[in-house]
Ligand binder design. Structure first.
Ligand code: PRP
Length: 231
């Protein structure tokens, strides 16, 4: 099967790709708006994980590479699309800021009707047991009677998701589930947090990339990496 990927004309094309047969997309006036290349050739040209020598000095190692994330997101989206087939519309709730990249990629892989909304939360006392969570930005619409899927980037102490799940459940959705990109393997995992879809279980280390940050740094790396504790 031949798979193709549409690239923006601004995307840097390697010589390999430039040497292959290019098919240009044009707008109604004949202006070139994009180019389509065989996906295998595009993938070959993309470094999905840098070698350790090429890593930013803040980082220790790559934990999940870009290709692995891409494949897992496709698998999760296929599973979700199958599970929700025929239920009408899925209401995706992305938790800012960390989930914005995961949500964007996941939503674009879904084959079922869906809408996207966001919430922003702040949590206090991550290193304590208090775990107080506050809503900084709420959903735009009531979710009563909707099929809600919470999309989060990481489950660490579980305080954020635990609070959010109870809060949204109280709004009487038709159903509520969670889709979490990464969950830390902790000695005492949070008990009252339901995980319906999980991307990756990761070691209990500080991680950045693919939406995850450290003091807002390294959020847009295409892979997930461990960051040094000394940063
Ligand atoms: C992170 C992450 C989750 C939460 C998980 O958010 O995006 O929402 O922490 O941690 P927990 O399981 O211990 O509650 P953060 O507060 O760092 O904000 P950000 O997403 O805006 O970076």
């Amino acid at each position: 099967m031949n798979l193709f990927r549409q690239l923006s004309l601004h995307e840097k094309l390697s010589e390999d790709i430039m040497g292959s047969k290019l098919q240009f997309l044009t707008d109604e006036f004949g202006n070139r708006t994009g180019v389509v290349v065989p996906i295998e050739e595009w993938q070959k040209s993309q470094p999905s994980s840098p070698s350790s020598a090429d890593l930013h000095p803040d980082l220790v190692r790559v934990i999940v590479g870009a290709d692995e994330i891409h494949q897992r997101v496709q698998t999760l989206a296929a599973q979700i699309s199958s599970d929700y087939a025929g239920v009408g519309r899925l209401y995706l709730v992305g938790i800012l800021k960390g989930a914005f990249i995961f949500l964007a990629d996941l939503a674009r892989e879904l084959s079922i009707p869906h809408i996207v909304d966001f919430m922003a939360l702040s949590s206090y006392g991550k290193t304590t047991t208090s775990g107080a969570v506050r809503i900084l930005m709420d959903l735009r619409e009531p979710i009563e009677g909707q099929h809600v899927l919470i999309v989060e980037d990481i489950l660490d102490t579980g305080h954020t998701l635990s609070y959010l799940y109870r809060n949204l459940k109280d709004r009487n959705p038709a159903s509520i589930r969670t889709c979490i990109l990464t969950s830390k393997r902790r000695p005492n995992p949070p008990a009252d947090v339901p995980i319906d879809y999980l991307g990756f279980e990761i070691p209990d280390v500080w991680v950045v990339g693919y939406g995850l940050d450290f003091a807002d740094r390294h959020r847009t790396l295409p892979y997930i990496a461990e960051i040094k504790k000394t940063v």
